[in-house]
Design a protein around this ligand. Structure first.
Ligand code: DON
Length: 564
């Protein structure tokens, strides 16, 4: 008999709010968003405040030295995807990530000046606020400034993360983030005076503060002294993009609105959902061997597509329509009936069977350079933001005197064909490094409508696991009828085609592991968990808003009710 994982609901119930909700993988930042709702701000104001505060409370996880994607759906139905993704500096060349002997040097895109791409987060948040915010710009920045000045208490997640990377931090970053050169003790207050000054300047001058004047000079100097090629012209030339959100459907009633390229997230989320529509997941059972096998094979097919076809759409023609079409999904689904065991990518079907069995890759603490927040107000305005500096503390550099931790987003490019990045992702020409190009991302801020009404706001951090975590949260809610909290807490698995490893969280019972191994899956235990999904769900009948915060991180859901 094939063992089946009967999922029993976790102890925690979803958080309730009648007039709004903020959920973030950075707990104190969700409180900042709640404060803004209480002041009369809408979901947009709350999201902007949460986003700024997230970079203060977990400076290893995101911040204004990075970028992000913002997905908005207003109560009036208007939908917008703001692409605040970082850009490659204009002076990068094909040899930027090679050592002096012309050999590919993977470290160059992970730490130090060459790793840093031109940040865009402040521009993105400013544009979002300018378009749809209600409160003043200074007001939405106020909680973050206060957190910089008064300090934020270091909790267990924070301490663990800093512990992983403490010994690699350069002096300017260590001086701020460590206590006497060591990871801070629990309860220590991280005060960020320089960052407070920077935020005050941004409150006064907006995103111009990041592209000209002393902060811009400090960024460029820091990057160049550490071997990078960024210039002031790169900062000034940063171009924010407003894009049309992708829209897919799932099981008739549901519309899935998500991020288009340069994210791969929306494309593959919709692609996998389209494929899974042909199967009765509910009947297969949540966490059953059959369903894990099926979904893992579907993930492999999508990730194989990601590696070849996805990149910055301003540089490469991405076949978005085809990849997200029902006809392509039907073709893939036919290949999964019965579910075979794929070791070859879909675009090689019918040709020679290609076996790729990669050696197991050591798991690094690469999983916390990103954060996700979901926000909604009483009107139904919905915002999903995933923001990143890539791996924890990004490039490791802090721009002198500014407190800004600079990203290492250049590592999201395929810096050499088929060379795995920090997340073991591979890519080819579509995602090769080019001047002023955006590196391919997996961030998947998503809004799901049910019968045309906003129902879910969802997203997650964790590189490629973002896509699979968001997928599983959505399936858990739609196919398995879970509530928002159970949907994010339930055990998850992940496959990204390369390396050939099926990662399972520890919560899966041994019987399931054994059955999957017997089928041939190279099962690997996930050391850090898979993603940290943050869900808002609206009970469309009762009009109550629920928040589900992922227990895998120091996440929090904070509901807002006017009577409180
Ligand atoms: O854009 C991306 O796909 C990556 N830079 C995201 C990295 C990430 O999620 C790290 N973890 N929490």
């Amino acid at each position: 008999m094939i063992p089946n994982l009967a999922f029993t609901a976790g102890a925690a119930a979803p958080v309730e709010g009648r007039d709004g909700m903020v959920v973030s993988s950075v707990g104190p930042a969700a409180e900042a968003g709640h404060e803004i709702l209480k002041q009369g701000g809408n979901a947009i104001d709350a999201a902007v405040a949460t986003a700024f505060a997230a970079g203060v409370a977990h400076p290893f996880s995101s911040g204004i030295g990075g970028g992000g994607f913002i997905l908005v759906r207003l109560a009036n139905g208007e939908t917008l995807a703001i692409d605040a993704r970082e850009l490659a500096p204009a002076a990068v060349t094909s040899t930027t990530f090679q050592d002096p002997n012309g050999r590919h040097d993977p470290r160059a895109s992970r730490a130090g000046g060459r790793a840093v791409a031109v940040p865009g987060l402040v521009q993105g948040l400013e544009s979002l606020h300018r378009r749809y915010g209600q409160l003043d710009w200074e007001d939405v920045l106020a909680p973050a400034i206060r957190m910089c000045e008064e300090g934020v208490e270091v909790g267990p997640f924070h301490q663990r993360l800093v512990g992983f990377v403490a010994k690699y931090l350069p002096p300017e970053t260590a001086a701020i983030q460590l206590k006497d050169g060591k990871p801070p003790p629990l309860g220590w207050r991280l005060v960020q005076k320089d960052l407070a000054r920077t935020y005050r300047t941004i409150a006064l001058h907006g995103s111009r503060a990041m592209t000209q004047g002393p902060i811009a000079h400090a960024i460029v100097e820091t990057v160049r002294e550490s071997g990078g090629v960024m210039t002031l012209a790169d900062l000034r030339g940063y171009e924010l993009k407003e894009r049309k959100a992708l829209v897919g459907t799932y099981r008739d009633r549901y519309q899935v609105i998500s991020m288009p390229p340069p994210s791969s997230g929306g494309v593959h989320l919709i692609e996998i959902l389209n494929v899974l529509e042909a199967f009765d997941l509910k009947q297969m059972g949540v966490g059953s061997v059959d369903s894990i096998h099926l979904i893992a094979e579907a993930m492999k097919l999508a990730f194989a597509d990601r590696a070849v076809f996805l990149g910055d759409p301003d540089f490469t023609a991405v076949p978005v329509e085809r990849l997200t079409s029902k006809s392509y999904a039907a073709k893939l689904a036919r290949r999964l009936k019965p579910v075979p065991f794929y070791r070859k990518p879909p675009w090689r079907w019918g040709r020679r069977r290609i076996l790729h069995v990669d050696p197991p890759v050591p798991q690094v603490a690469n999983d916390s350079g990103t954060t996700h927040l979901s926000a909604m107000d009483a009107e139904g305005n919905s915002v999903a933001i995933t923001q990143t500096i890539n791996t924890p503390f990004g490039s490791g550099l802090t721009a002198k005197g500014t407190g800004i931790v600079l990203n290492n987003e250049m590592d999201d490019f395929a810096t050499a064909p088929d060379a795995p990045n920090a997340f073991n992702l591979v890519g080819y020409g579509a995602n090769r490094v080019e001047p002023r190009k955006r590196p391919l991302s997996s961030m998947t801020p998503t809004i799901v409508l049910r019968d045309g009404k906003p129902w879910l706001v969802v997203g997650s951090p964790m590189g490629p696991k973002i896509i699979t975590a968001v997928l599983q949260a959505i399936i858990n809610m739609i196919d398995h009828g879970m509530n928002a909290q159970d949907a994010v807490a339930a055990p998850r698995f992940h496959h990204q085609w390369k390396p050939d490893a099926l990662e399972l969280e520890a919560a899966f019972p041994q019987t399931i592991r054994d059955a999957l191994i017997k089928m041939g899956h190279p099962v690997k235990e996930s050391r850090f968990g898979i993603g940290a999904a943050q869900v808002i769900e609206v009970d469309l009948e009762r009009g109550v808003i629920y928040g589900g915060a992922d227990p895998r991180r120091a996440s929090r859901a904070v509901g807002y009710s006017i009577q409180d």
